[in-house]
Design a protein around this ligand. Structure first.
Ligand code: C2E
Ligand code: MG
Ligand code: MG
Ligand code: MG
Length: 288
């Protein structure tokens, strides 16, 4: 039909677009209900001190247990939630849940929470964070906020002020996925941040053909600027050995240590690795 004048093609694309729009609309409706229906869950992935082998921090990673689709990845959730303006409510839930969960862990272990650009740039982000600490009882030094380079792009002066105030509060700021996106080395000394997480793309092939030069360079520079350096996405012992060799990298994260795991399993893991069991009443103090 209508091939000659191209109408067939046009109709095809229009139908496909309509289907995409419809799928998106359904996703948005489902997302709105998901918060109320308690379909979201936080998994946690440890960050390990490379010298001591101890878990220093666990990063909260969002999962959506969709009644029909099964587990939906945060990569598919966060951008849609940002577009819908739902990220503030969702982010609030994530932050509070993560802080409450951290209260069940041994004192020496912190929690890391990812903030999307819109969430980070919401008007009352400081009161959001202060409130989450207050209601959970978590000391500020046990909270780490992970932001990406895209959060540093806009409204530079305001961003700088927020970061300074968070630092004054005692919360750590960690620059996530460093080396992807709009990477600029100047971010590392222009903004008050305490940690840098070097993206796992820097690890690709380093245990076989690719030289370590780039990874080492970024790690050394960050360390020289007084930042604590994390390498994410460590999957093999070879990678771990290469990264640990010169002592610049302080922490590692990746499947080699642990995949992201449910809250209950993190509690078991932490209590075992910290060589003590928590009394049961302490575990159930905050219901999850
Ligand atoms: P991210 O913050 O950089 O988190 C690391 C991602 O890499 C996680 O994927 C983790 O499962 C994965 N990963 C960890 N170790 C390895 C490894 O050794 N190999 C490989 N191949 N992958 C590894 P996940 O959980 O699917 O999250 C993806 C991204 O979604 C996160 O990247 C973060 O940007 C975003 N995200 C997740 N949870 C949240 C959240 O609560 N809020 C916001 N704003 N973003 C979130
Ligand atoms: Mg992260
Ligand atoms: Mg990361
Ligand atoms: Mg990443």
């Amino acid at each position: 039909r209508a091939k000659a004048d191209g109408r067939g093609t046009y109709c095809f694309f229009r139908d496909e677009m309509a289907a995409t729009v419809e799928a998106r609309r359904i996703l948005e409706l489902d997302l709105r209900k998901a918060l109320a229906n308690e379909e979201f869950e936080l998994f946690y992935q440890p960050l390990v001190n490379l010298k001591s082998g101890k878990i220093t921090t666990c990063e909260a990673l969002l999962r959506w247990n969709h009644p029909v689709r099964g587990t939906v990845s945060p990569v598919d959730i966060i951008p849609v939630a940002e577009d819908m303006g739902l990220i503030v409510d969702l982010g609030r839930w994530i932050l509070r849940r993560a802080c409450m969960e951290c209260m069940k862990w041994p004192d020496g272990v912190s929690v890391a929470v990812n903030f999307s650009p819109q969430q980070f740039h919401q008007r009352d982000v400081l009161s959001e964070i202060r409130y989450a600490l207050e209601v959970s009882g978590l000391p500020a030094h046990r909270l780490e906020i992970e932001i990406t380079e895209s959060s540093l792009l806009r409204n530079t002066q305001l961003t700088h002020d927020i970061l300074s105030q968070l630092h004054a509060l005692g919360v750590r700021i960690s620059l996530d996925d460093f080396g992807t996106g709009y990477s600029s080395l100047s971010y590392l000394h222009n903004f008050p941040m305490q940690k840098v997480k070097i993206d796992r793309s820097f690890l690709e092939g380093i245990d076989t053909d690719r030289p370590l030069t780039l990874l080492r360079g970024v790690a050394r520079l960050s360390a020289d600027l007084g930042m604590s350096v994390v390498v994410e996405g460590i999957e093999t012992n070879e990678q771990l050995a290469l990264i640990s060799a010169d002592g610049t990298v302080s922490e590692g994260q990746g499947y080699l240590f642990s995949r992201p795991i449910p809250a209950v399993r993190v509690r078991q893991l932490l209590n075992a690795s910290h060589g003590r069991r928590m009394p049961d009443d302490q575990i159930t103090l905050v219901s999850s």
